[in-house]
Design a protein around this ligand. Structure first.
Ligand SMILES: Cc1cc2nc3c(=O)[nH]c(=O)nc-3n(C[C@H](O)[C@H](O)[C@H](O)COP(=O)(O)O)c2cc1C
Length: 380
C-alpha cells in the first residue's frame, strides 16, 4: 500500500497534517490565499471577535535572538544570532465580523478542498456573551468555515471572562464550549492556554462541553528583557510594558510537555499541536505524542509572512520519513501517531544503577520498605 500525506482530523479531510495557526499569517484574505497556494492543508483565521480592538502604539510583535558566545537573549539584531523566540502583545483581529464573512466565503470558493477554520472569541460573564459566541459561530459556519476554533488562550486580555482567563477556568471552558456546540454544525476545537498547572483538567472540561479537539499551545506569558544600557524594556510604550506571549523555538519543549499531559490523560481524544515548529522533526514530536495535526506561526511569520518554505520543508520531511518507514508498513500519520505517548513516566520508573537505592523521594526507615502503591506515580 502506498503512503499518503492526508489525514482525517475531527471528521475533516486534510491534504496533509500541516496548518497555519491563528496569527498574522492568517490575518487577511490575500495571506490565506497565498498560504493555500503554497501548500498548507488548512489555516485557522486570526481570531475574530465582536468587541472593538485597538492595538498598542508601535510594534505588536518582535523576535528574540541569541548568540553562541554569550547566550544572551535580546530583540537587538546581532550578527550570527539565531532565532530564540517571538514575543507579541498583539490583540485579536482588528477587523470586524462583517469584514471577515465575505472573505471566508471567497476563500472557500477559491479553495473548496482546503480547510478553513474560523477562530472566534467573546466573553463569558453572562448569557449575552454566550450568545455572542453563538452568533460568531453561526455566522462563520454559514459563510463556509469548515470548523471553529474557540480562543480560550489569548494571553493579553484584561477582562476576567475572556481569552486565557477562560482557559484557566474549567467551568467556563465547559460552559462556553457547550454554548457553541448548541449551534455548531461543524467541528469545534478549543485552543487552550499553557498558563495553567494541569492543562488536562481544562482539556477534559472542554471535552465534557462537547469539544471535538484541543489545540495547544498559544504563546506563554512573558515579558521582554530590560536593556542594560538604557534600563528600558526592549519593547515598551512610554516606558511601560504589559505581559505578552512567547512563541517560537524557545517554547517547543514546554509546549510538548503540556501536550503530553493531555494526550496521556485523554488518549482517545483529538489534539492539534502548536509551538516552535519550523521543520518536520518538531512536528514529528507532536505527532508521536498523539497529535493528529500541527500548526505553525512564528516560523511562517519569518518566511515571507505565510511560510512557503516552511510548508515545503514539512512536506519533504514527511515524505522522506514515510519512505524510510515503508519497510515498517507505515502508510501515513496514523501509523506512528502516539507511538511515544506512553514513554513519559514517573521518575521512579526510570532505570538507575541500582533500583534498590532510590525510594521515590521517601526516606527508608530501617526495616521498612514503602509499598509500591505509596510511591508517587507507581500506583498500580
Ligand atoms: C503576533 C502574534 C499574534 C497572534 N495572534 C493570535 C490570535 O489572534 N489567536 C490565537 O489563537 N493565537 C494567536 N497567536 C498564537 C499563535 O497562533 C501560536 O499559538 C503561537 O505563536 C505558538 O506557535 P509558534 O511557536 O509556531 O509561534 C499569535 C501569535 C503571534 C506571534
Amino acid at each position: 500500500m502506498s503512503a499518503t500525506r492526508s489525514v482525517n482530523f475531527t471528521g475533516l479531510d486534510f491534504a496533509n497534517p500541516f496548518l497555519l495557526s491563528s496569527a498574522p499569517p492568517t490575518e487577511s484574505e490575500s495571506n490565506i490565499l497565498r498560504a493555500f497556494e503554497a501548500g498548507w492543508a488548512g489555516v485557522v483565521t486570526k481570531t475574530i471577535g465582536l468587541h472593538p480592538v485597538v492595538n498598542v502604539v508601535g510594534a505588536k510583535a518582535k523576535f528574540m535572538r541569541t548568540t553562541p558566545e554569550d547566550a544572551y537573549v535580546s530583540m537587538k539584531k546581532r550578527p550570527g544570532a539565531a532565532l530564540h523566540s517571538s514575543w507579541n502583545w498583539e490583540l485579536i483581529s482588528d477587523k470586524t465580523l462583517d469584514w471577515w464573512l465575505p472573505r471566508i466565503r471567497r476563500i472557500k470558493q477559491a479553495f473548496p478542498d482546503r480547510v478553513l477554520i474560523a477562530s472566534i472569541m467573546a466573553g463569558s460573564g453572562n448569557d449575552k456573551e454566550l450568545q455572542n459566541w453563538q452568533r460568531l459561530a453561526r455566522d462563520c459556519q454559514d459563510a463556509g468555515a469548515d470548523g471553529l476554533e474557540l480562543n480560550f488562550s489569548c494571553p493579553h486580555m484584561d477582562r476576567r471572562d475572556m481569552g486565557s482567563n477562560i482557559g484557566k477556568d474549567q467551568g467556563l471552558c465547559s460552559v462556553v464550549t457547550e454554548a457553541v456546540k448548541e449551534v455548531a454544525t461543524v467541528p469545534v476545537w478549543c485552543k487552550l492556554t499553557p498558563a495553567t498547572a494541569e492543562i488536562e483538567v481544562e482539556a477534559a472540561a472542554c471535552f465534557r462541553g462537547g469539544a471535538d479537539a484541543i489545540v495547544s499551545s498559544n504563546t506563554f506569558p512573558s515579558i521582554p528583557l530590560i536593556d542594560p544600557d538604557t534600563l528600558e524594556f526592549e519593547i515598551n510604550v512610554d516606558g511601560l510594558v504589559s505581559s505578552g506571549g512567547l512563541g517560537g523555538p524557545a517554547i517547543l519543549p514546554l509546549s510538548l510537555a503540556k501536550m503530553a499531559q493531555m494526550t496521556q490523560a485523554l488518549p482517545g481524544k483529538s489534539f492539534s499541536g502548536i509551538g516552535g515548529i519550523s521543520d518536520f522533526p518538531q512536528a514529528l514530536s507532536y505527532i508521536l505524542l498523539g497529535c493528529g495535526t500541527v500548526q505553525v506561526c512564528t516560523a511562517a511569520m519569518l518566511d515571507q509572512a505565510v511560510g512557503p518554505n516552511v510548508i515545503k520543508r514539512l512536506l519533504a520531511g514527511l515524505d522522506a520519513f514515510l519512505e524510510r518507514h515503508a519497510v515498517d508498513g507505515w502508510t501515513g500519520v496514523e501509523s506512528f501517531r502516539g507511538l511515544r505517548r506512553d514513554r513519559i513516566v514517573a521518575q521512579s520508573e526510570i532505570r538507575r544503577p541500582d533500583a534498590a537505592d532510590y525510594h521515590s523521594g521517601y526516606e527508608v526507615a530501617e526495616g521498612y520498605a514503602p509499598p509500591q502503591a505509596d510511591r508517587v506515580g507507581v500506583d498500580h
